[in-house]
Design a protein around this ligand. Structure first.
Ligand code: HEM
Length: 388
């Protein structure tokens, strides 16, 4: 049986040959056994996503020093950051491209888990932590980030957001209540405190479970029905896994930095007070396509609800020990259909001519608000003109 360096490292006597990290941080404790495939690209996508979050937190913290979230100042302060602050344009572009790179690695990570059946017991709750992380990262952090710059795209996004809140009863009212402050400031607060904190707590739970059950065996050959590799075949080391994560992260996020240098993050025209039908960023394009086709915002809420319901039901629907994708034809076909549907809708939205999505009845947003007005709602969750 292999030595567990986590235990031996803790009690080991200090040797004079120990390096700095070993001497003061007992780094060898992190050299515990993991499956040998842990250092391969498909199995480090979650780690790359994690490093991406850290880079987003740091670049966001720096940008926060130059940003004022009130609706009358937000756009101006973003322009100031771009034009006056040394390195401000690059900082903003890096944060902008990083957010998309992290969403991309998150989606690839999810696809790896899906294809390799890693959501099966004993990793069901690792999957559920992941589903929550996807929801918060995409609909929380990413969405709220697109509103902050307060250009025309942000305005359209916020119109949809305030309408969408109506579907969530008392929670929607709480989230949308603007009795004391404009919705823009609430969204800023969520973006810089609530969502990052929630993400960190969920990541901590996700990591605890990954450490507890270790990584799943490869989904091919005789291991495809094993829940975990036997100890004697855990020949990889966590530190090698971590090294792989750092190496690939430097390459991936280095590329993002180069892209940020060449292609500055766009800033649309200031808010005109009219909904103009600006297309959303690619992670939300399928929403736009769906609304183009149906003319109803309700479909966006129902479709996202259905997508998350499917993710929640997946471990219950796909039972059995088999993780080999070739032997899980039903699940793979279902997954491919959902993916093609989302990609198809996004492509359709990308090539369609921009159109304003008018919403009738009670849910109709106000179109006459002045450019510097924030978003206010009354007690019923209806939009209300800003009075200043
Ligand atoms: C903030 C987002 C996320 C982070 C930072 C993250 C991080 C990680 C890390 C570091 C691992 C270890 C190995 C690997 O990279 O594959 C992992 C494994 C795992 N993740 Fe995530 N993850 C995130 C989101 C998700 C999502 C969206 C899902 C699925 C809905 C998910 C489900 C899982 C599962 C089931 C495992 C165990 C894999 C196995 O044992 O083979 N994660 N995650």
């Amino acid at each position: 049986m292999l030595d567990d360096p986590r235990r031996s490292g803790r009690d080991k006597d200090q040797a004079p040959s120990d390096g700095f990290l070993e001497r003061w941080f007992r780094i060898s404790r992190l050299s515990y056994p993991v499956p040998p495939h842990a250092r391969t690209l498909p199995y480090i996508l979650g780690g790359i996503t994690f490093i991406g979050f850290l880079l987003l937190f740091s670049s966001g913290l720096l940008m926060g020093q130059f940003y004022q979230p009130t609706p009358d100042r937000a756009y101006e302060t973003v322009k100031h950051l771009i034009n006056e602050v040394p390195g401000g344009r690059l900082l903003r572009s890096f944060h902008y491209w990083m957010a998309q790179a992290v969403i991309l690695s998150l989606i690839l990570h999810l696809l790896r888990i899906f294809i390799s059946g890693a959501y099966k017991p004993p990793r069901i709750f690792t999957w559920y932590f992941g589903v929550s992380l996807l929801g918060i990262a995409l609909f929380g952090s990413y969405f709220s980030g697109t509103v902050l710059k307060w250009d025309q795209e942000s305005f359209d996004a916020l119109q949809h957001y305030s309408e969408g809140l109506r579907f969530f009863g008392p929670i929607g009212k709480f989230m949308g209540s603007t009795e004391a402050i404009p919705l823009n400031i609430k969204i800023y607060l969520s973006h810089v405190s609530f969502f990052p904190l929630l993400l960190l707590v969920l990541i901590a739970g996700h990591f605890y479970l990954i450490n507890t059950f270790s990584l799943s065996p490869l989904p091919f050959g005789k291991d495809s029905t094993l829940a975990s590799l036997p100890e004697e075949r855990m020949t990889g080391r966590f530190l090698e896994h971590a090294n792989s994560i750092f190496l690939y992260s430097i390459l991936y996020y280095g590329l993002v930095a180069i892209i940020a240098l060449i292609f500055p993050a766009p800033l649309g025209p200031p808010v005109s007070g009219e909904e103009t039908g600006v297309k959303p960023p690619w992670p939300f394009l399928w929403f736009y396509g769906l609304e183009n086709l149906t003319g109803k915002i309700d479909t966006i809420v129902y479709a996202s609800g259905l997508l998350f319901l499917l993710l929640i039901l997946l471990p219950i629907l796909d039972r059995g020990e088999e993780r080999n994708p070739l032997k899980r034809k039903g699940t793979m076909t279902g997954g491919a259909m959902v993916l093609l549907f989302l990609i198809g809708l996004s492509l359709y939205a990308a090539i369609s001519t921009p159109q304003v999505h008018h919403h009738g009845g009670e849910a109709a947003p106000h179109h006459e608000s002045s450019p510097d007005s924030g978003h206010h709602m009354d007690g019923e969750g209806k939009d209300k003109e800003d009075e200043h």
